[in-house]
Design a protein around this ligand. Sequence first.
Ligand SMILES: C[S@@+](CC[C@H](N)C(=O)[O-])C[C@H]1O[C@@H](n2cnc3c(N)ncnc32)[C@H](O)[C@@H]1O
Length: 164
Amino acid sequence: MTERTVDAPAIVSAYDWGALGHVVDVGGGDGTLLIALLNEYPALSGTVVDLPATAEVARKMFEAAGLSDRAKAVAGDFLSELPDGAEGYLLSSVLHEWGDDDACAILRNCARAAGEDGAVFVIEPDGAGGRGVPELTACAESAGLVVAAVHTAGTMAIVELAAR
Ligand SMILES: C[S@@+](CC[C@H](N)C(=O)[O-])C[C@H]1O[C@@H](n2cnc3c(N)ncnc32)[C@H](O)[C@@H]1O
């Protein structure tokens, strides 16, 4: 699926993503959000993890945007494993498609990959269908995460989670 559900410009300006160094856009689709982030923050690099066909679409998008040196696309399953060691793990319009058990498993995989020093950013429509802070908190706690901050990005909320 390459459906774009994000308001990329609002997300780009809602947080100082450039301070993170490297981000993994988990279920990042065709790379639209990562391209917008990298265009705004020249020191940032990133990886989209998505299913094989979509990861290939993202790879071509990065190439066309001249960003192949800073943007990678990796085929993977966010229910099983994610590349570790990035400073930020973005879950943009992903969790709302999954039931509680799977959503918690995805969050746990992000937490494991983020380790002690990374952060996980859950980006969902604010109050309309997505999980809000109360719904996320229990799941986050089971993943060893706490809510560090909530940022507003247009009609979206960015819930920043960090290791407890
Ligand atoms: C609703 S789209 C969101 C895309 C993008 N993050 C955005 O904000 O527009 C959900 C994405 O999750 C990807 N996806 C679904 N199941 C996946 C899995 N098991 N592992 C990795 N990606 C998956 C889909 O291919 C799709 O790109």
